[in-house]
Ligand binder design. Structure first.
Ligand code: 5GP
Length: 194
């Protein structure tokens, strides 16, 4: 099947893409979104402070601890989780808006979150993206230049736990060469939207 943009009818699906921090899933998902314009976008909420260049409401909804807590209590999240000492969550309103338009959606969230999404949306397709090796993951995390030594160590430790939890994921793939991984992810989306 061609990986060109298809014009035929698709079944809208909720995809979850998870993987260790630094694996490059953000770049991967970004490329796939550019090539599949029918896929809707949701913006997660987090209590972590914005990095340089990140915009509120675009990268994330940056919330205070109190505001995040208020929304948890109000039942506004499909899932939320502690990741690297901060809270991250997917707002139900964001997901429902996209699915309501008949569009597929990709949630780029951690594994705990992905498994919680499956409880609410049993048809969700869970995809785990890993690095070719532990050394390569560490190299990518360092190369990003945004994390402290402490944060890098925490993220590497979390990677091992995520891998274990992700054993029940539907699809496992390796992001070695970005172009190859992009094609693989596109093919996966096309298969499940058929
Ligand atoms: P970062 O701080 O590097 O932007 O993201 C750290 C981690 O939080 C990533 O592994 C990402 O997948 C996860 N994350 C981002 N948004 C969400 C969300 O809405 N829910 C959950 N559970 N995890 C998220």
């Amino acid at each position: 099947m061609s990986l060109e943009e298809k014009t035929s009818v698709r079944t809208p699906r909720l995809f979850v893409v998870s993987g260790p921090s630094g694996v490059g899933k953000g770049t991967l998902v970004e490329r796939v979104r550019q090539l599949r314009s029918h896929i809707g976008v949701t913006v997660s909420a987090t209590t972590r402070p914005p990095r340089v260049g990140e915009k509120d409401g675009v990268s994330y909804h940056f919330l205070s601890d109190e505001e995040f807590e208020r929304r948890v209590a109000a039942g506004e999240f499909v899932e939320w989780a502690w990741v690297h000492a901060h809270r991250y969550g997917t707002l139900l309103s964001e997901v429902e808006a996209v699915l309501g338009r008949g569009e597929s959606v990709i949630l780029e969230i951690d594994v705990q979150g992905g498994l919680n999404v499956r409880k609410i949306y049993p048809d969700a397709v869970l995809i785990f993206v890993d690095a070719p090796s532990e050394e390569e993951l560490e190299r990518r995390l360092r190369g990003r230049g945004t994390e402290s030594e402490e944060s890098i160590a925490l993220r590497l430790q979390n990677a091992a736990e995520e891998r274990e939890l992700a054993r029940s994921y539907d699809v496992h793939m390796i992001n070695d060469v970005l172009e190859v991984a992009t094609d693989e992810l596109l093919a996966t989306l096309d298969t499940y939207e058929r």
